[in-house]
Each structure stands twice: as C-alpha cells, then as structure tokens.
Design a protein around this ligand. Structure first.
Ligand SMILES: [Mg+2]
Length: 282
C-alpha cells in the first residue's frame, strides 16, 4: 500500500505570483486532505509567515521553512509518529517539535559583520533595516514586514558592491559553510540546507512510522514547485510537478516522471494534483 505526501512550494506555485490567492487550488487541497494526504508547505518563508498561510488555507500538516532550514511538526501529529519512533534530533517549542538542518542566523550575522569590517563590502542586510525601511523597499504591510524579518536561519542582503567583490564574498562565505542564493530582489545568505534534504528527512520519518505498522507500506511524494530553489525537492520526489510561471523559465529537473503543468500557479497545482490522485486511485 502506498501512502502519499505532497510537498509544495508556496509563492508562484500554490499561491498566485501576483495576488497570493490559492482559491483555484481549493478543490485539490480539499480532496488531498480528505484522503489523509498531508500537504507539506516547503518554502523560503519564515516560521510566522508559513503559519499564517497554513491558518488561512486550513492546513495543519508538518512544514519546512527557510529553504529547508527547519522541519516543523505539530505536537499532536508528532506524538502519533513518535509512539513508534524515538527521534533524538528534534527540539521543542510551544506548539511544535522541530528539527533544524540550517545554520543559526546569529552565526550568519557574525560572519557577515566580520567580512564587512575586514573587506569593506557595501551591502545591507535585513537585520540593519528598520521595519519602515523594509516596508518601503518591499511594499509589505507592517506585520508582514516584521514576519519577513523574523528569520532564524538566513539573512537576505541587498548587494550594493561590484560583481567582482560579490565573487570574492561568495568564496569567503563558502569557506565558512555558507552559500548565497539569488532571490527576486535579495541575495539570501544561508547554510547548505535545501528543500530536498529537509523533505527526505521528513519522508523517512513517515516511512518508519508506516513500516512499523506494516513492512509492505510505502511512502511516496508528489512535489510541486516553480523555481530553481525547488529543484532539489523535485528531483528527490516520486512525481515532480513543475508549475509553469509567466515570470520566468521552468527550472530544469532531471526526473523520468516529471510533469509540467498546463496552467500557471494555483490552477496548475489544482489540475495536476487532481489528475495524479485520479490516476493513482488513492
Ligand atoms: Mg516559488
């Protein structure tokens, strides 16, 4: 028997690129949840941003934040899983158990400030911006800006120096175990975590749980994403769905089962998930 889980990117995938609406995906979301298929948000968003989207849509599955930096498991659900699994790597906060795979932001900020002082680089990080400055830069409302700043495992920076200096900067960060990811507006400094590694950790947790019930049970993943930072997640899934975008090229995925959505954003999400669920007879 196969137990499916869905791992999905948010912006441009489940949420419309411009309006952030998920309405056109509701039929497939409802159908998945009614079949007991968890919908794992696997996003570059922060903890409070991701919790907000979960509440809005009505999803309470585990989730992965800040590009694979941490996996969060609601305590109620995790107890069910831990009846069978003794995992020592998880920590606890108010409502969740979590496993962090990333590098703590304080450590990242420490490296950044040292490099800035020593090499006189010209860049500005989120941590140096006031809420008002960030609101002006991004067009976010106050609460949204505060939630976007509430990062635990990464630091977005605005690079104001030359391309040559950026190359040096990247090399120096690499030496201390950090990498630079180019986002739409900012460069994100983070550890070598990615959405795929975090998904594999979570999939294994489900796998152990189901194997304890019946060794013939199998866990399989449908993954959906629209960008470069989704490639690791798509490649390690069983059915990768590339959600088409009007804003950029489809990322290149190396997988025999890959599907490219006919529609864009949440409508593409809806139609492809319904198709897969119907075919798999889940
Ligand atoms: Mg995206």
């Amino acid at each position: 028997m196969t137990h499916w889980i869905i791992s999905t990117d948010l912006d441009g995938t489940l949420l419309d690129h411009h309006t952030y609406s998920y309405q056109s995906a509701m039929p497939a979301i409802k159908k998945s949840l009614s079949k007991g298929i968890p919908i794992i948000f696997n996003t570059s968003k922060t903890l409070p941003e991701t919790i907000d989207v979960q509440k809005e849509i009505g999803v309470s599955s585990p989730f992965i934040i800040e590009n694979g930096a941490a996996v969060y498991l609601p305590k109620t659900l995790y107890r069910e899983l831990t009846d069978h699994i003794k995992s020592k790597s998880c920590r606890e906060d108010y409502q969740y158990f979590y496993n962090s795979l990333g590098i703590k932001r304080e450590k990242i900020l420490d490296h950044l400030s040292k490099l800035k002082t020593e090499f006189n680089y010209d860049f500005t990080g989120f941590s140096e911006l006031s809420d008002k400055q960030l609101m002006a830069l991004t067009g976010l409302e106050l609460i949204q800006a505060q939630n976007a700043k509430a990062r635990s495992f990464s630091e977005p920076v605005i690079w104001e120096d030359s391309a040559v200096q950026l190359k040096n900067f990247k090399m120096q960060l690499k030496q201390v175990g950090l990498k630079v990811l180019k986002g739409g507006r900012f460069y994100h400094i983070q550890g070598h975590n990615n959405k795929g590694k975090a998904l594999i950790w979570l999939k294994n947790l489900y796998q152990k749980f189901y194997h304890n019930i019946d060794a013939s049970y199998d866990v399989k993943v449908i993954a959906l994403g629209d960008s470069e930072n989704d490639v690791d997640m798509l490649n390690c899934s069983d059915i990768p769905v590339i959600i088409r975008s009007n804003n950029h090229k489809a990322p290149s995925v190396n997988h025999k089962q890959q599907i490219i959505s006919n529609n864009i954003g949440p409508l593409g999400w809806n139609n492809e998930v319904l198709n897969i669920l119907n075919k798999q007879k889940t």
